[in-house]
Design a protein around this ligand. Structure first.
Ligand code: SF4
Length: 242
């Protein structure tokens, strides 16, 4: 499915009938569990739309799209009791396992992190205002801004937070920027695009390491501010800067 077809499918399903889903969290091969959102909130670049991971495999099936829309609606309305119940005993939860969030979701995400102090909420966004509103509010909550070679502004002036570069294609140069803590070679269902040069900050799960629960072993993106300030720009695998 292309990004455009996914977007059309989401628009066709709206408005949703009032309903709930159980569980609200989704299983994620690499990250464990995630809060999956629709792509209607996304501000994708050309690279991002072309490689959209929400358009491939089970996450792109109609029941997953419907679920993402229901979760999106619950966050917009602040209906997060079920989510708190599911998250509060977990070690970590990936935000934006698919899609992205907008400013309208921020109050619910802040409340969720406050209500689940032992759970680390982490993930990626392409929306600068969202990262600014989320970061440094709670010790257990952060978002990394993703950008790539087709992003209109690669310098993100005035933003002093963690960055992820990707999806990266063979000719894309990774900027020399201390804020970058992770690089994602473009990959599809676990297979890295041939010809993408190695980079010291490559996500290990895209470079041959076992993908299942890779984030739980690595944790670089769980504490991205600590990773950004560490001498190598990243934590040792399994390291935790808390
Ligand atoms: S760098 Fe580590 S924590 Fe970040 S996405 Fe890759 S495996 Fe997960």
């Amino acid at each position: 499915m292309s990004y455009r077809r996914r977007l059309l499918a989401e628009r066709r399903l709206l408005p949703l009938p009032l309903t709930r889903v159980i569980p609200i969290l989704s299983d994620n091969h690499k990250t464990g569990t995630s809060i999956n959102l629709p792509v209607i909130n996304c501000k994708p670049t050309r690279r991002c739309a072309a490689a959209c991971y929400a358009c491939v495999g089970p996450i792109s099936w109609m029941n997953s799209i419907r679920k993402a829309l229901i979760v999106d609606e619950a966050l917009r309305k602040g209906e997060i009791e079920g989510l708190i119940w599911e998250c509060r005993h977990l070690g970590d939860v990936r935000l934006n396992g698919s899609g992205d969030m907008g400013m309208v979701h921020v109050p619910s995400i802040l409340a969720l992190a406050r209500a689940c102090p032992v759970t680390v909420f982490w993930g990626f966004t392409r929306i600068l205002d969202v990262a600014r509103a989320i970061n440094r509010q709670h010790d257990n909550l952060s978002l990394i801004i993703s950008f790539d070679a087709t992003s209109p502004d690669q310098r993100l002036p005035g933003y002093d937070g963690p960055l992820a570069f990707g999806p990266r294609r063979p000719r894309d140069k990774v900027p020399d920027d201390r804020r970058i803590i992770v690089v994602f070679p473009e990959h599809r269902v676990g297979h890295t695009m041939p010809g993408v040069p190695l980079h010291p900050k490559d996500c290990p799960a895209t470079r041959g390491a076992e993908r299942r629960n890779a984030c739980g072993r690595c944790r670089r993106c769980w504490r991205p501010f600590a990773a950004m300030e560490s001498p190598e720009g990243q934590l040792e695998p399994g390291g935790d800067a808390t």
